[in-house]
Design a protein around this ligand. Structure first.
Ligand code: ATP
Length: 257
């Protein structure tokens, strides 16, 4: 009999209002630890807003629980060691070197104004090598291409060595080989007990996840495993049947109808 997996993240009745507009309506999701969940849906569905609410970056109604404890009960630095975040199209830090950007991921581990420890330096090197960004470590972030920049920001997230990793469009600007590398990386993270939640527009890639949350118009329309036909039908429905999910070998692909 397999052991019951603990919950990494739970959202209960999450509502978010941005400006005057209600953007999320009563979201309930439960994400097991050591799994990869992809969040998909049309533009404006509320995917990024949900990810920000899960990360505690947005005021919301309802409750988020991280590792079975209400998010509000975590102290800031402790939470930042357990929950790492990669935002969509993050700007800023252009003058910092790639090494220093990745080292920002170690801030929750460091005492105030303390120099980086050997463990910090080892974590940064490991993260930069994992995203093949090591060779650029002395270059300023602002001198990199869009895809190179994304790999450095991914390294910053990895350097945190958090249990739960939230990534908003992590494949943005990545070429196909580096998208494939990301997939291998996520599988390795999950095999080592990490929990990954990623917002993805690449439906074929998203279908490699363990679980899928399908959103539309600020609501969760479906939550299920990626090999379940009900998940595929929900996907086709939220995209107005403009795509169809087909088997290809041992994978699933999304093709335009
Ligand atoms: N600051 C804001 N004020 C008002 N409405 C907002 C604000 N930010 C986002 N919205 C709206 O909230 C809704 C959800 O936005 P969100 O960015 O979460 O969608 P998304 O599913 O991530 O979309 P995309 O796939 O285009 O990235 C959209 O309709 C958007 O216009």
């Amino acid at each position: 009999m397999s052991a019951v997996q603990p919950m990494a993240l739970q959202a209960q009745g999450i509502g978010v209002v941005l400006g005057d507009a209600p953007v999320l309506h009563g979201i309930d999701i439960a994400l097991h630890a050591s799994r990869w969940t992809s969040v998909v849906g049309p533009n404006g569905a509320g995917k990024s807003t949900l990810l920000k609410a899960l990360a505690g970056l947005l005021p919301h109604s309802g409750q988020v629980r991280l590792l079975d404890r209400p998010l509000a009960q975590w102290r800031g630095r402790e939470r930042a060691r357990h929950l790492a975040w990669l935002g969509q199209g993050e700007q800023g830090a252009d003058d910092l070197s790639v090494w220093d950007v990745a080292m920002l991921g170690r801030l929750p581990h460091q005492a105030w104004l303390a120099a980086p420890s050997d463990a910090d330096r080892a974590a940064v090197e490991q993260a930069l090598r994992a995203t093949q960004a090591w060779d650029w470590r002395e270059r300023p972030l602002g001198a990199l291409s869009g895809g190179e920049r994304q790999r450095v920001l991914l390294a910053r997230l990895l350097a945190v060595q958090a249990d739960v990793m939230l990534m908003d469009e992590p494949l943005a600007n990545l070429d196909p080989p580096h998208q494939a590398d990301w997939l291998l990386l996520v599988r390795e993270l999950v095999a080592h007990g990490k929990t990954v939640v990623s917002v993805l527009h690449e439906i074929g890639m998203a279908l490699h996840a363990d679980q899928m949350v399908v959103m539309a118009a600020g609501r969760v329309r479906h939550q299920g495993t990626c090999d379940d036909h009900a998940t595929h039908r929900a996907l086709e429905q939220v995209f107005d049947h403009r795509i169809a999910i087909h088997p290809l070998g041992d994978q699933w692909v999304a093709l335009p109808r």
